[in-house]
Design a protein around this ligand. Structure first.
Ligand code: TNX
Length: 532
């Protein structure tokens, strides 16, 4: 192996071998190779950029009909990850790609997945991994199964884009001889999907999870309720869905997930090492809940279904004890079907309550959430209440920390002018909103989470999250248009150390992702900032 180099720097010639082998017909042709100090267009292009990468002398690895995935040690969880890799490789290559524990297989042409909890890999954390590619084998090792899954996403991106095809492609399937040692900068690398303003089906949410997985994101925050719709079955409170789920913004039919469907989504995410965080927004944004339970509203406003997009007007009655029994039922049922450690209580944009009534409500909900064994998360407004140190605050509009957090609270950052991927890219973008500004790809890329919030040290930042509010999004194709390419952009902000990031390198690497999206059938915005 040659010395470890930063991914920002040009790579030696082995990369050219990759480009020659990568001759499968992609549906779009890229621009002519560009010379430059960062990476040439024939270079290895991974998003998010790995912490370190070195090219090895020697020929690349070539996938053949004899290639097998070997699960070293036979761990069942790793075997499942091996099967997910095989499921990507089989349709496009046409090779059988067996997944086995290794007995009786030839020594060459192996993709070895190895779990090494005790060794030196532990310093790479739960999601770090080491990938070594030589002519004879691909060796992926990590201290935890999650690290192997992340490493497989890197391996995917080292293969020609046509590997993502669902149909057989004639190509030479090479992987350049590299050594990559990689681990994430932040532990919370999230995306939020608003399934309340417009409902997204289980199949559509799975497609969104697939994108998270490809770019090593690990948290899916589902905004499950809002004024326009209630989207999750609560068995002890049937009217939440029978009355509250039947419409959406603009008046379409809406919808909801049964608990079985929600569990299916959670499992699908879990298999990809993505934690689902359910959000039930309260005390505001609760009109859909109040349609079925109008006695919990203390306003005189008649509770009817709402299909507009105004915010701030609805609220639970916080002085009514019955409100807390409803909250208890909801949190109890959701906690029971959510293996992840968090419950998100929303808490944003409440204009119909005084600060002290609001703070009292947040305090009560925090107690309920803790009683059901979950850690509370809420939008930054919850810092008006007395929070327990384990509660996580999701920043979205302020750029200085609330006084309430100065004593050890932790933050997830979703600064709206950078991470709100429901904003338009430019004035002519047809979808999206504009209240937080226009967000081109570079705006989403060029910022440092550690210095964004004044007075907040790096240790207080748990990570970042990209919210996709769905007022203007009627289906997953529309959602993809706003998410792509800003979701992988924010994935790099969250994964790659600040010192290893550069816009000039990123825009070339991002451009090389588009042929993959074409094979995957993913819609995206052709930003003029990117040399597609
Ligand atoms: C603000 S950000 C909201 C949402 C809207 C979004 C639209 C936040 C916590 N609340 O209710 O959907 O703006 O961009």
């Amino acid at each position: 192996m040659r010395s470890i180099i930063n991914t920002r720097f040009a790579l030696p010639p082995v990369a050219a071998v990759f480009s020659i082998a990568c001759s499968a017909t992609a549906p779009t042709t890229g621009p002519a190779p560009r010379a430059g100090p960062i990476v040439s267009s024939t270079a290895i292009r991974i998003v998010p950029a790995p912490g370190s990468m070195a090219t090895n002398a020697g020929a690349p690895f070539t996938l053949t009909a004899g290639t097998a995935i070997v699960v070293d040690g036979g761990n069942a969880e790793v075997a499942r990850t091996g099967e997910l890799l095989a499921a990507i490789l089989r349709p496009s290559t046409g090779f059988p790609i067996p997944v086995s524990t290794g007995g009786g297989l030839p020594d060459t042409s192996r993709i070895v997945l190895r779990l090494a909890p005790g060794g030196g890999l532990a310093s790479l954390g739960a999601e770090g991994y080491e990938l070594r590619v030589t002519r004879d084998s691909i060796r992926l090792a990590a201290s935890q199964p999650a690290g192997l899954f992340r490493g497989i996403q890197t391996l995917r991106q080292l293969l020609p884009p046509a590997v993502e095809s669902h149909m057989l492609v004639k190509a030479v399937w090479t992987v350049p001889a590299v050594t990559i040692i990689d681990q994430p900068r932040f532990a919370w690398r999230g995306a939020m999907l608003d399934v309340a303003r417009h409902f997204f089906t289980v199949r559509e949410v799975k497609q969104y999870i697939d994108l998270l997985a490809l770019y090593k994101l690990n948290t899916l925050h589902l905004h499950l309720s809002d004024d326009q719709g209630w989207r999750i079955e609560i068995k002890s409170r049937p009217k939440l869905v029978t009355m509250g789920s039947v419409t959406q913004v603009g008046g379409g039919p809406g919808g909801y997930y049964t608990q079985a469907e929600y569990s299916e989504l959670v499992r699908y995410a879990q298999d990809r090492y993505v934690t689902v965080i359910p959000e039930i927004d309260m005390p505001g944004h609760t009109n859909a809940a109040l349609v079925g339970y109008p006695e919990l509203s203390c306003s005189t406003r008649p509770t009817a279904l709402y299909t507009g997009t105004d915010v701030g007007w609805s609220t639970f009655c916080v002085d009514n004890e019955d409100t807390y029994s409803l909250v208890d039922d909801i949190v109890r049922e959701l906690a029971a079907i959510t293996p992840g450690p968090y419950f998100h209580m929303g808490g944003d944009e409440v204009e119909a309550l005084t600060d002290s009534a609001y703070a009292k409500f947040v305090g009560r909900v925090q107690t309920i959430v803790a009683r059901h064994g979950k850690q509370m998360v809420g939008w930054e407004e919850i810092a008006k209440a007395t929070l327990s140190p384990s509660t996580i605050v999701q920043q979205w509009r302020s750029d200085s920390i609330p006084a309430a957090l100065r004593h050890g609270g932790r933050l997830v950052l979703s600064p709206s002018p950078r991470t709100y991927i429901d904003m338009k890219y430019s004035p002519s973008t047809e979808l999206g909103l504009t209240w937080a500004g226009l967000i081109e790809v570079r705006d989403a890329y060029d910022w440092d989470p550690n210095t964004f919030v004044k007075g907040m040290g790096e240790r207080a930042v748990v990570g970042i999250e990209a919210p996709l509010w769905s007022e203007t999004l009627r289906n997953i194709t529309a959602a993809q248009f706003l998410a792509m390419p800003r979701l992988p952009t924010l994935a790099e902000v969250a994964w790659t150390p600040q010192a290893e990031r550069s816009w000039e390198s990123f825009r070339l690497r991002l451009a090389s992702q588009a042929p993959r999206w074409n094979y995957l059938g993913v819609n995206y915005y052709r930003s003029p900032q990117i040399p597609w």
